[in-house]
Design a protein around this ligand. Sequence first.
Ligand code: ADP
Ligand code: MG
Length: 486
Amino acid sequence: MTSSVSSSSTATVAPEAGHNDLWLDVLKKLESKLQRGAFITWFRDTTILGREEGKIIIGLPLTTVMNWHLERYQSLTLEALKEVDSAISQVVYKVDGGLKDNRERTVNLLEHFPEQKKRKLPNKHEVKMAEGVTSKILNPRYLIDNFVVGANNRLAQAACSAVATSPGGKYNPLFLYGGVGLGKTHLLQGTGNAILQKNSKATVVYTTSEDFTNQVVEAIRMQKMEQLRKRYRQVDVLIIDDIQFLANKERTQEEFFHTFNALYEAGKQIIISSDRPPDELQLEDRLVSRFERGMIADVSEPDYETRLAILQEKAAEYELFIDLSVLQFIAEHTTKNVRELEGILMQAVAQYELEQRMPTIKSIAEIMRKLNKDPHLQEEEVGFETPEKKRSTLQDVMELVSKYYSVSIDDLVGKSRVREVLMPRQIAMFIGKKHLSVSFVRLGEAFGNRDHTTVMNACEKIERSMQSDHNVLREVHTLTTELGLR
Ligand code: ADP
Ligand code: MG
């Protein structure tokens, strides 16, 4: 590498003002390559302190920040610098405490890089796996490798690893069960991802029992049951999430039974998850006994050490720099549901992006209190005051949602169904219902005289999205926190 390190350069540095434009150009390049959270966290309070021919001296506010740059961003930064000015050949760092929060000397990132209001669509799309067979797209972030193993999930993780190594082998079917938010979907999709990684030609189908039911219903309606059966015979690995929802759906159970047998006999791998063990499922006995033939593993609530390890893993994944003591505080005081654990972390990120506040024990305690995650958390314990706030109204909700997503109020109550407008509208309705207890009928009126069933559907949709999509969960949390509704 052509770059070197210098934390205490003695070189005479030119006043940074002259390099502001260069740095801004470089930041623009970097911003397009990094996750927003990471970009804001690591490039705020930075500047070019000086230049000596081809060598650029970058000023950073803290040693920890410098370490991070050295580890992760040095070559990326050099590359961006070279793109802007090909004469540049080297980048060195210097810590300058005076840069912290100094808007005169550094580029104001939030001003120059306002948050893009265009939301990324949730990863809900389907992919075609074989003729007539579709699968939900697997979330690439769900891997067996980034699944943190603890006493609560050791067996389940080991079974998934074994299945990933030899699908259709001795752990067939693999049946995972446990409460919500404990990592079943992560493991199922991680196993699918691992199988595909080894063999990209494998037909791996990941579906939910809801989806499977819809396909059966559709096939019955179109009198194409035979085709559906045939299609599923092409599958190498069938993953069905949340099988408990097949309860009371006799016809779907019957179809699933046949598909199951056909695949099983052909040596194809079947992986199933459920919120309870097989014998507690309200499913046909013959299905239950099929499940019991294979490997059954549970996932339960993680202990303190596992919670802490999960938080560390997630913080690293999102490139968040959070003090260990803060993570320890979350792990100690919080819920055992991993999804909620992650929610708190996401909330901290959102707050950071919004207010540029590095998460501290105090701010986390505040978030947790608002999320109502630990009613026993005493205020004195962390010493913050509760501000007196007037109760938010539906008008406040609409105004904040409008501002947050850059969608006008007219659009929110208007007819447009483009996604950029539809999603914020549904979120506003959801908050109105869930947090202000406004009736469906009244919400319909407030949102351009819509029918109350439209509002009901919107609320259900958001509720579901919050379960499966971090972004939605985080945005709703940010909005309700801003509104003082948590
Ligand atoms: P379930 O399907 O059991 O309701 P999920 O698989 O959706 O739970 O998990 C909820 C969230 O918690 C996901 O973001 C997942 O990545 C995370 N998670 C749960 N357990 C772990 C773990 N042991 N290691 C890493 N992440 C985990
Ligand atoms: Mg799940």
